[in-house]
Design a protein around this ligand. Structure first.
Ligand code: ZN
Length: 152
């Protein structure tokens, strides 16, 4: 039998990051692009009811605070995501990252002939539209829609 407070125990993060308002079914992709280790303690909620989005995913990552670059990556995947930094069960910081105007690195250009396929060249992409997301490669001017974005 489960102890009566089992739900409380699994839903709280002692120290780490909670990513809320992820688009539905993006949580696993977010884990992948963040490179969360296979042995990390992570709680994943998929297709939860959200008054803001209808449905949403949520990620709770124990023992990990995200860098700005990591949050930007997740924002490209799910622009409305919010981030809370938890220390000793308390929210110490909350972020709603805004998509930058340009993205350096992070993603791969879809054009196989693009100069950025050379690993020595850092890709640069202009955010041409935010909703729906559209990026344009600074080097070859190839446009990419949201479903074409491939993270490095
Ligand atoms: Zn390109």
């Amino acid at each position: 039998m489960k102890p009566p407070n089992a739900k409380m125990q699994v839903s709280a993060v002692r120290s780490g990051t909670v990513i809320d308002h992820l688009g539905p079914r993006t949580a696993f992709k977010a884990l992948k692009i963040l490179g969360i280790a296979a042995d990390a303690t992570v709680l994943i909620g998929v297709n939860l009811d959200s008054s803001k989005l209808g449905k949403k995913d949520i990620l709770k990552i124990e023992g990990r605070e995200l860098t700005e670059a990591e949050m930007n990556k997740v924002a490209l995947l799910s622009p409305q995501a919010t981030f809370s930094v938890i220390r000793d069960f308390k929210v110490v910081k909350k972020f709603s990252p805004t998509l930058p105007d340009t993205v350096e690195g992070l993603i791969r250009c879809v054009n196989p002939a693009c100069i950025t396929q050379d690993p020595r060249v850092t890709g640069r992409f202009l955010v041409a539209a935010k909703k729906p997301l559209k990026l344009r490669c600074y080097f070859c001017e190839r446009s990419m829609r949201e479903n074409e974005i491939e993270f490095l």
